[in-house]
Write a protein that binds this ligand. Sequence first.
Ligand code: SF4
Length: 386
Amino acid sequence: MGKELINWENGRWIGQTLEVENGVCAVPSTPEGELEYTDAVKAATDHLYKDVADFIPEFEWPAYAPLVHAINTLKKQKNAVILAHNYMTPDIFGLIGDYTGDSLGLAIEATKTDAEIIIQGGVHFMAETSKILCPNKRVFIPSMRAGCSLASSITGEDIKLIKQRYPGIPVVTYVNTSADVKAESDICCTSSNAVAIVEHICAEWGVNKVIMLPDEFLAKNVAKQTNIEVIAWHGRCEVHARFSAQDVRDMREAHPGVVVLAHPECPPEVVAESDFTGSTKAMSDYVSDNSPKNVILLTECSMSDNVAMENPDVDFVRPCNLCPHMKRITLENIYECLKDETNEVLVPEDQRVRAYKAVMDMINVKFDPVKGHFDPSLPQVGVKVI
Ligand code: SF4
């Protein structure tokens, strides 16, 4: 047979030519060369480094660049897009994400793209939401272990029992839940529109009471902003629940004049100590619109990094908490997922149709985004937690 030169099969091999002798490849049979920092990779990626120079030391760039190049090349070959949540690390968020933002914003972007493949840079419930809204696209998640403490706090069976116990009271479900839970809910909400959705569904049902789940703290923060009586579930975000009012006071003492922004998944006492509370998008917009001299974002660590990328003149104090689920998504497993098309996320069609209704009913409610901000001066109100 002798020596021959081949390129990788099926159009996947885009790097160096492989040398094959008597049927045996001179380099490993997997496309390792694709992940080498060759001159071609350097030329294709050098211009990207400046976007992440504050987060990736220059000497580490040769380890990132081949993955970034391989992922961006595979995306074109496979007509795929990557949805990168605000909590993804800057390499994912800034270098390979085609759409960036909060979970619902990403899912809505997914409906607008012509791409056939969606890779979810985020956690499992987000991938399910993309699939709920885009049934004809293939949706993948790089790690099936990327869960969420809120989503795992409740099941569809729990919702059925709650409805039996509280007949006639609408169930409003945060988007940070599984498709199974969404399917049993009357309507969904996000941290941007939660107050508007609670008031909308109560007006539609002619009631003054709502069950809002699964985030206890979001429900309590919403209850302060409305006259509707709120019944909460005992779920918590393990990232935001860890901040305390004392943390905020300590930060203010250590950094006089700092502006404190909180996410509404934080406890109500934290919201009361903060200057501004809103969704990840509202926090990001606040920084861009107000350019505070220095700011603290009481949320997941990568959010500060990503907002900092877009606001280089703002000084970020970073007492953040890491989300272990979000951090299960890496450049490496995105590459593997895209290359091998593993970890496809599927939702049974009858469940998807019911979940789709709950999500779309929410999307169709028009609301004023400014009213989605949480006034820290409002007093706490009693909320029953079930
Ligand atoms: S940050 Fe909180 S809500 Fe978001 S995925 Fe992590 S645990 Fe879930």
